[in-house]
Design a protein around this ligand. Sequence first.
Ligand code: FAD
Length: 327
Amino acid sequence: MKNLVWSGDRVTGVVFGDGNGRDIVATARFVVDASGHQSKMAQQVGDRLYSQLYRNIAIYGYLVNGKRLPEPDSGNVLFEAFDDGWLWYIPLDDTLTSVGAVLPKERTGIKENQGNLAGTLQDYIAACPIISEYLAGAQPARETPYGEIRMRQEFSYCHSHFWKPGILLVGDAACFVDVLLSSGVHLATYGALLAARSINTALRGEIDEAVCLHEFELRYRLEYSRFYQLLSGLYDMGKKRPTYHAWLRKWLRDTNAFSLEPKKQNVDRLIREKRPLPKNLSSVEFLRQMNRKMLLTAAITHMEQVESLPAIEGNLVPSPDRLHWLD
Ligand SMILES: Cc1cc2nc3c(=O)[nH]c(=O)nc-3n(C[C@H](O)[C@H](O)[C@H](O)COP(=O)(O)OP(=O)(O)OC[C@H]3O[C@@H](n4cnc5c(N)ncnc54)[C@H](O)[C@@H]3O)c2cc1C
């Protein structure tokens, strides 16, 4: 896909290359941008807001023949912290392991040392005794696409809008939050499920398209916000184990407790400041504003500062076969 085709304020198709140097236009009622974090189309749907809190760098690569945790945990991931950050160790199959270091962007030396990412990653592995031991008999993977040590920067963001008429963003094209909780694939597939359900319903013409797409964005944003806020607490590295347990228990209880509408005065204020929205659409605008504040806040350093989420309910419910929305 090379570009979007617009007709007025609606996307009506895409331009793609046919592989022989020619551009072809394909028209569609809906376009779903699932082209990942390097999407060239997403910026036509909304602004990408980068998190001020998780301004991290990941340096990662793949090794073969690393050790596995004892059964029944052999497929489980392992994390180990070092002074500047933390390391992940993710078994991908019986022999292949993804290993990556996550550290703050401000960390000096990384940029200057980009020519030697393998050496930099090796240094961080050496700072983690458990993972070093697991990798004692391992070798760097050579097969494409695993043979390269890569770096990714500032990988926590969210778009200001997830859809415009005729186009929806899903997966990394829409949002991404750090790597600690491995939420990327879940958010991508959950977003795709919501998008498919909303498009199905809009195509049947039973519920207004804007209402269907707001439902998609509302539920998707709530899920993103849950992971984002959960991370804010877990990155408070100085606590003792029981404190994490207590905080997590409270967090899970609170985020599963629905039915508290967003504070009415907030919604009223948002509606006053923006163009008026139909009543059942106002909670999406509330969440957009909340996500913006969340991403632009750099000051959370303790789990006690993490704000609880407003338990907003969806406006629609899934049909029994889960393929459509019902109102
Ligand atoms: C270092 C790192 C570690 C991670 N570890 C984990 C983990 O352990 N667990 C987890 O759940 N998530 C993890 N993630 C996140 C996860 O990889 C992503 O969130 C997930 O792959 C997003 O899926 P996606 O389909 O949106 O994008 P992608 O997987 O990036 O797929 C996008 C696809 O679109 C294609 N494409 C791009 N542009 C175009 C175009 N113009 N036309 C046509 N096709 C196009 C690309 O080739 C690609 O195939 C990690 C991410 C990083 C950076």
